[in-house]
Design a protein around this ligand. Structure first.
Ligand code: SF4
Length: 166
């Protein structure tokens, strides 16, 4: 109906779960910048940016035992004086040396799906790719980042089927 009427709706939310079901396209913003964009289902099923994974880890899920842990590590940076490089690097468990020095551009991860994250660069040298903030295995769970570690997955509980469009 919206397409036939030529109407577009911009839905702004911190609830990425509702965005999955209401939007065709999702653009994830962090500290004033778009860090990931793409088809809603693809972004939520297969996130390509650690901040998107953080949002997914905080999405309502009746099967999650504990409370959401969105604020468990760090807070958004000052926009007056943002961190150099990738603005998410102080909170990112995947951060590498280059992340603290240079802001990533957009990398295409799939048709119509892009992420501003150095993890998708294929030509980093070892010095640039050196990890800088990965939490140690000995940290208590409460001190660890809510962002999944490499190899772990953050996904929405998608047992609820999308609403059929009218
Ligand atoms: S890996 Fe680097 S570029 Fe990607 S979100 Fe983390 S800090 Fe930013």
């Amino acid at each position: 109906m919206l397409f036939r009427s030529g109407i577009a709706i911009l839905y702004i939310t911190h609830d990425i779960a509702s965005a999955r079901y209401l939007a065709d396209t999702i653009a994830v913003m962090y500290a004033g910048q778009v860090v990931e964009s793409g088809p809603a289902q693809q972004v939520t099923d297969d996130p390509a940016h650690p901040y998107t994974e953080l949002l997914l880890s905080a999405a309502p899920d009746p099967e999650r035992a504990g409370p959401p842990v969105l604020a468990a590590k760090g807070t958004p940076p000052s926009l007056v004086s943002p961190p150099p490089g990738c603005r998410f690097h102080p909170r990112c468990p995947h951060a590498m040396a280059i992340c603290a020095e240079r802001a990533p551009g957009d990398f295409d991860v799939a048709p119509g799906h892009a992420a501003a994250c150095w993890l998708h660069a294929s030509d980093l040298d070892p010095a640039q790719a050196r990890a800088i903030t990965r939490p140690s295995a000995g940290q208590p769970a409460s001190a660890r980042s809510p962002v999944p570690e490499p190899g772990e997955e953050a996904r929405l509980n998608t047992d609820i089927p999308p609403q059929a469009s009218s």
